[in-house]
Ligand binder design. Sequence first.
Ligand code: ATP
Ligand code: MG
Length: 570
Amino acid sequence: MRASRLFMPTLKEDPSDAEAASHKLLVRGGFVRQFASGIYIFLPLGWRVIERVNRIIREEMDAIGALELSMPTIHTADVWQQTGRYYDIGGEMFRLKDRSGRDMVLAMTHEEVFTWLASRELRSYRELPQIWYQIQLKFRDETRPKGGVLRVREFLMKDSYSFDADAEGLEVSYAKHIQAYDRIFERTGLRFHRVDSDPGMMGGAQAHEYMAPSPAGEDRVAVCSSCGYAGNIELARSVARAPEGSVSEVLEEVPTPGQRTIRQVSEFLELPASSLIKSLLVVTGEERVLALVRGDQELHQRKLERHLQREVRPAHPEEVEEATGAEIGFIGPLGVDVRIVADESLAPTGPGGARAYVTGANKAHTHLLGVMLGRDVDPEYADLREAQEGDSCVECGSALTVEPTIEVGNIFKLGTKYSVALGATVLDEDGVEIPLVMGSYGIGPARIAAAAVEQSHDEKGIVWPKSIAPFDVHLVQVHATDEEQTRVAAHLYEALGEEGWQVLWDDRDERPGVKFKDAELIGCPVRVTVGRRAAEGVVEVEPRGGDQSRREVSVDELPEVVSELWRLAD
Ligand code: ATP
Ligand code: MG
């Protein structure tokens, strides 16, 4: 492609509203433009990247026997009503009416419509397994679209759905997806972890997320670099370190005027935070529950919800006073008449053993020293706390790290929730009607592209992984009007093209500085510069990333050198 014919509107300045590196660089590099909040246009360069990602996805999905099709993005509400999601999902769903007043929705995802199709078309276990996929638009009215194309309101998703006769069949379809996804993310050049993820409140089913480490990520994962254990912080398990300090085992009230937070109490009493217990009152339906974690730990609400099998919310200040007689900051487990759940690390069998802690005294401006769980109060124990740096791995005991990540894909064992709701059954070997056992699997191609930029850029611009760069080779002709340069560039453009390279030939009549800046910004893996020494048949070649430096080579050698640099690139 000649740059003079390409629409490539690069910018000198970052967009003013951008924070994430991928947001800035994809806009500045002329890959995308924002049309409205969370709604983006993919310009030619951006679309080339998406198409390259999609191609990798298609090849790997096809390799596990998945079949591509295309589903509508506007749905009648009835299927969504039958599964209940029409009512369960709030403002994230775009809803509208057709001209006759019928309720319609824009596709947020496609479980309903795929299952609808399966319910009509699949009759016998003999037709199974089926894996169907599409690369199709989704619409979600996200509360906080942000980060450029990382979280948007209209986006492409590769979504696939597996249909099997039984749980063993689902295991196989799920394993195939793990294989395809591992390959897809390896090929796109991302650094990623496959992590255990929250399969939803009622448990049972299994789910994994594919997470690309990046400071721009909204999720956090705990990872063990020794044994490879990795889990979303929503469910990652860990072994807590032992608490520090010691507290007398004699129960004793101490005045703590105005000392409400763990930090304040810890400083005031000159005790480490891990000698304190944090008490948090939550409300679930009609029930009040007091959750306890150590002062140096954080409660993870999802973990508590999974233990209780219900959603919870923090109690309002009046509810706290009503249940404990004290204000937030001074509450504790002794003498309250509510269900109490403590983090398992507080158990006498935990890393601190049977020991005393400080809690609130359920009395204004007062704390209680010497509280022993098991002796003074007998809570239930569950894994409630967030895994944190300094904890060790439950599998191998090595140190865990916690890192921010971008979710680029996920896989999920659905079971029969959708097939039962929509009557998607087949006849088994004995002629008995059985519901299809399903899995659902998503990937965001634009998230992959943006995550790649987050992971691979420098102060000058993007350093694309070679498999998803918009072009392989950026051929910069320094002076567009120089005849020798034009001759050499045209020759190289053709020669490289014949060898299968995708070449962007910058033949624009622009200042050399502008061209070099654009080449760095756009980030194609190999740059070839046709300049001063073109008449002698000498050009410069340089990889965009890595530690190889610029070198001069003869025009004849160039294709070989490009292949060599390519092999060395990520
Ligand atoms: P998130 O937790 O980030 O909201 P999700 O769990 O809602 O993601 P899924 O519904 O499972 O995501 O979608 C599958 C994939 O689609 C995600 O892994 C991600 O790559 C992509 N995706 C989801 N929501 C968005 C969005 N708002 N913008 C861009 N890509 C998205
Ligand atoms: Mg979401």
